[in-house]
Design a protein around this ligand. Structure first.
Ligand code: HEC
Ligand code: HEC
Length: 358
């Protein structure tokens, strides 16, 4: 993504985030705002919940391997100036019809099923395909989730060392997907609370600080123009990113189950599913040899299939007896970036106001 599109992506997230927001349980009583009601020129996605728009547009872009400008005049989203926008409408209709006719309306066929990252799907099979990767042979005795979690705690330093670090002040840099653009980040962490401030410098917009955090109860996000209202799943991811710093997975999830053994980037991993008290589900990947948590994923349903959040953790380094991943990769459809941690001050005094975004 170039800079302009990126700044725009931040603002569009903010824009979409203003959409309908209902705490769980109120869903039945409140009417969900539809895309047809909220947006200006909707002909196909009329009944889609309006708050899926940002996700779905990014899923479409990622599925075709294009950016927003492929179909839109950026910042004039309602305009129909590009042929591909109308082609996309036809494709949306086709996709929904296929799912309706053949898959009981489940979003089994998505743009990505055919497009797989290309604007023109390849109809002919690849004559030199990459060798198929089969799931490796599963261990004779099924590993136990508790043992994997215990090994993780030992790997990151052990409970005694974890207990000694009560807060952290961290400096990092955020490396954008192009690999060259970076922004300075500052993080404050205490127990399950977290605050992150990212400073963007752009020619057009000057210095913009975007911050987000979790104060133990509520997740929040702020941009240059004040509060950015978070969707339920976005708040959930900020919350989890905060909680994971404690290393105490058993207090975060009420149920953790071993699923299977696989390979990830050539390393052996155990894959576990974990469920929070309010039934949010994550998938956790642990390196078999080192014991480290190397990946967490979460998925949210949309009318065009699962929207996936993926967090990769690598380059664990020791800071005062506790190891933390100094490379964290973040990915959702069409947006990815990497956090590189450069400096960690353990037990630095942190004002609690930081965590509530005040
Ligand atoms: C492959 C084509 C395609 C791409 C790529 C695409 N869009 Fe869209 N977008 C559409 C179509 C088609 C509609 C209208 C849907 C309808 O009529 O139901 C739409 C509608 C919208 C709307 C609603 C506008 C209004 O008020 O009517 C917004 C906002 C939007 N897109 C933003 C984005 C953003 C942001 C991106 C990039 C992340 C993006 N789109 C990428 C095809 C695309
Ligand atoms: C069943 C397979 C299939 C699905 C599902 C599918 N497409 Fe396509 N799409 C195609 C094929 C095949 C073409 C090429 C048609 C051609 O060359 O004339 C195409 C072409 C397009 C084009 C024109 C590309 C260009 O370069 O001008 C757009 C835009 C597009 N698709 C968007 C979408 C979107 C958005 C979705 C999901 C809502 C989607 N498609 C789902 C098969 C599919």
């Amino acid at each position: 993504m170039n800079k302009k599109i990126k700044i725009f992506a931040i603002s569009i997230f903010a824009l979409f985030a203003v959409a309908f927001f209902a705490p769980k349980g109120e869903m039945q009583t409140k009417q969900v705002e539809t895309a047809g009601q909220k947006f200006k020129n909707i002909k196909v996605l009329t009944d889609m919940p309006a708050d899926q728009m940002g996700k779905v547009m990014n899923q479409i872009s990622a599925s075709l391997g294009v950016n927003c400008a492929f179909c839109h005049v950026v910042d004039q989203w309602e305009k129909d100036d590009k042929k591909s926008k109308d082609e996309a409408r036809e494709m949306m209709k086709m996709t929904f019809e296929l799912n309706k006719a053949h898959f009981n309306n489940r979003p089994e066929i998505t743009c990505n099923t055919c497009h797989n990252g290309h604007d023109h799907p390849a109809g002919a099979p690849n004559l030199y395909p990459a060798p198929a990767t089969e799931r490796p042979k599963q261990p004779e005795t099924k590993p136990v989730a508790d043992d994997i979690l215990a090994k993780y705690v030992t790997a990151i330093g052990g409970k005694a060392n974890l207990d000694k670090v009560t807060s952290r002040h961290i400096k990092a840099s955020r490396v954008e997907a192009d690999g060259t653009t970076t922004e300075a980040e500052e993080l404050w962490q205490k127990g399950g609370k977290l605050a992150v401030a990212t400073t963007y410098n752009s020619k057009d917009h000057g210095t913009v600080v975007v911050s987000e955090g979790y104060d133990g109860t509520t997740a929040w996000k702020k941009g240059a123009n004040g509060d950015i209202q978070l969707k339920v799943d976005e708040a959930e991811q900020i919350k989890r990113s905060a909680q994971l710093w404690t290393g105490d997975l058993k207090s975060i999830y009420k149920q953790i189950d071993y699923r299977f053994f696989d390979k990830l980037d050539g390393r052996e991993v155990y894959i576990l599913t974990a469920q929070t008290a309010d039934n949010q589900r994550d998938t956790l990947y642990f390196d078999v040899q080192t014991g480290f948590l190397v990946r967490r994923t979460a998925r949210v349903g949309t009318i065009l299939g699962a929207y996936i959040y993926q967090f990769d953790f690598a380059d664990y380094k020791d800071f005062g007896g506790v190891k933390i991943p100094t490379t964290m990769k973040f990915a959702v459809p069409n947006i990815r970036w990497t956090r590189k941690i450069t400096e960690v001050k353990n037990n630095a005094p942190v004002d609690d106001a930081k965590f509530s975004g005040k």
